[in-house]
Design a binder for this molecule. Structure first.
Ligand code: VG1
Ligand code: CO
Length: 541
């Protein structure tokens, strides 16, 4: 077996962000770029000899090439067994599931999630640890340090493997097993969710549409919804994963999943609509004539989770990322369980889940999940919704309104200013930080600032501290603004402004109208136009 040690020059920019290393495809196509980063990951793993590694991705452009490269580097680094999704495919939650089930040392997950794919699109490489979750900050920092000093990598000089046939091959001392990417995941869903109840729901004429956005969830959704659960053929649309996601932006929100959104708001709306993103960890839920914000979806799932077999014993606790609305906290209070507030990014939920402190968690960015894996899980959220609808016999929109009637409504929106010049974005954040102490008591658009800080997180399990995770401003009128810079963008900076306002009693107002004073205050406080030159955000979700 031709084991080669290849001299290389380190790249200074291989710093993982919110969710792994994400860059434009041409960056990853530079000679040795992928090899260096993968070797840097392996160099941080002391106990890889003979260990199992899971490899797969969302099927975007470069996915197959990088899977082949990763296999050859992993074999050269002494892993004992590689589990590779057929076709190089594994959704992010399925990768997490397979890592946990197989007792692997970890996994390499290839994805740039909801970002566009194709030769000019984005690509990404993420390392997930033994618990199935994204590597914590201490590990990603070590990978970055290693990458900066890398001088060589090891690789097997062998032909590409056939990724499309299930079965095992041997590469030197390493067994490479091509596995069905859906089987383990589907089996886990059948344990957690009442499939019989959902089967009866569909048999009774319940209609839904699931938009897989030409991304990785298609095969999973088809197998489970149309296969195991008996939804009508054609329920899953855009079900074939494509390297460029059909030229679309595989981001499940009202802007990029507009067809689904419009269908659910039209005259022939089915009973339920859902979509997922490039790598299958996000979900969008649309009830007939009612978009469900991800923050509300988390709260509603938490309130009803006990109706599903996997959560019948109740929830240990809940967690949400800091910019996510406080709707979930209200449910936690009613259930008498703790609620945690974490920085943005799924890696921060890992310690809480591992320690058994929480059962469900979620983010405003269309991510919801539970202790069944260590990633957010789009299809799982959809199945839990279906389980709840089947168990209550309620329409989805009625369920949401009943929730608001009990808990009040957290009106919510997010404004993104994309591809802003990095220096201007940094300057905006710094200017905000400099003013934090002066803001309380000041009035903007009729709203009085009550508190202002830069979110600092102390992990309650391991005590690790993460600073500067977003500026949050609370108003006396039960409204809140959060500002932070994206950690997943690949061009310039993206400023995210999260806006919310709570109303106990009035639930049928137009969110844009309710939030307009909060928007005006947010723009004035940060002087967004002055710093960025933008009068309006590029995306509103
Ligand atoms: C975004 C979201 C964050 C999410 C992350 C990864 O990060 O805001 O909530 O965890 O993407 O999701 P940022 O740093 O750009 O705001 V995914 O579906 O891209 O793995
Ligand atoms: Co994703």
């Amino acid at each position: 077996m031709a084991l080669k040690t290849v001299p290389t020059t380190a790249f200074p920019d291989q710093k993982p962000g919110t969710s792994g290393l994400r860059k434009k495809v041409p960056v990853f196509r530079q000679p040795h770029y992928v090899e260096n980063f993968v070797q840097a990951i392996f160099d941080t793993l002391p106990d890889k000899a003979g260990a199992t590694l899971v490899i797969g991705g969302d099927g975007r452009f470069l996915n197959r090439t990088v899977v082949q490269t990763t296999i050859k580097i992993a074999a050269a680094n002494g892993f004992g067994r590689l589990l590779v999704g057929r076709g190089g495919l594994l959704s992010t939650p399925a990768a997490s599931c397979v890592i946990r089930k197989s007792g692997a040392l970890g996994g390499i997950v290839l994805s740039a999630s909801h970002n566009p794919g194709g030769p000019d699109g984005d690509f990404g490489i993420k390392f997930n640890a033994r618990n199935g979750g994204p590597a914590p900050e201490s590990v990603t920092a070590a990978i970055f340090e290693r990458a900066k000093g890398l001088a060589e990598y090891r690789i097997l000089d062998v032909p590409d493997l056939d990724l499309d046939r299930i079965g095992e091959t041997t590469l030197g001392g390493t067994v490479v097993a091509v596995i069905d990417p859906v089987a383990d995941y589907a089996a886990l869903m059948a344990e957690l969710i009442d499939f019989d109840a959902i089967r009866r729901l569909f048999a009774g004429g319940f209609r839904m549409r699931f938009d897989a956005m030409s991304a990785v969830t298609g095969p999973y959704a088809r197998a489970i919804l149309e296969g195991a659960l008996g939804a009508a053929p054609g329920t899953v649309v855009n079900a074939e994963p494509q390297e460029d996601f059909g030229g679309h932006h595989p981001d499940p929100n009202p802007v990029h999943a507009k067809d689904l959104f419009d269908l659910l708001h039209g005259p022939d709306a089915p009973d339920f609509g859902a979509a997922s993103d490039g790598d299958g960890d996000r979900n969008m839920i649309v009830a007939p004539h009612l978009f469900v914000t991800p923050s509300d979806s988390l709260a509603i799932l938490a309130a009803h989770a006990h109706r599903a077999p996997g959560y019948a014993a109740g929830l240990a606790g809940l967690a949400r990322s800091m910019p996510t609305s406080r709707a979930a906290d209200r449910v936690a209070r009613k259930l008498g369980i703790p609620a945690y507030e974490t920085p943005t990014g799924w890696k921060f939920f890992g310690t809480l889940l591992d320690a058994g402190l929480i059962t469900l968690c979620g983010e405003e960015s269309a991510g919801t999940g539970s202790n069944h894996v260590r990633e957010k899980d789009g299809l799982w959220a959809v199945l839990l919704w279906l389980n709840i609808l089947a168990a209550t016999g309620e329409r989805a929109d009625a369920l949401v309104r009943a929730h608001w009637a009990e808990f009040g409504r957290d009106y919510y929106t997010r404004h993104d200013y994309e591809e802003v010049e990095s220096a201007s974005a940094e300057a905006l954040m710094q200017a905000l930080r400099d003013r934090l102490a002066d803001l309380p008591g000041q009035v903007f658009s009729g709203l009085t600032v009550q508190s202002a800080d830069d979110f600092r997180y102390v992990d309650p399990v391991d005590g690790s501290v993460t600073e500067r995770q977003g500026i949050r401003i609370a108003f006396a009128e039960d409204a809140r603004v959060v500002y932070r810079l994206s950690g997943t963008g690949t061009q310039g900076a993206t400023l995210r402004v999260y806006l919310e306002r709570y109303d106990r009693d009035r639930h049928d107002r137009d969110p844009a109208e309710v939030l307009s004073p909060v928007v005006a205050a947010a723009r004035a406080i940060a002087d967004i136009a002055g710093h960025t030159g933008r009068a309006e955000p590029s995306v509103v979700t």
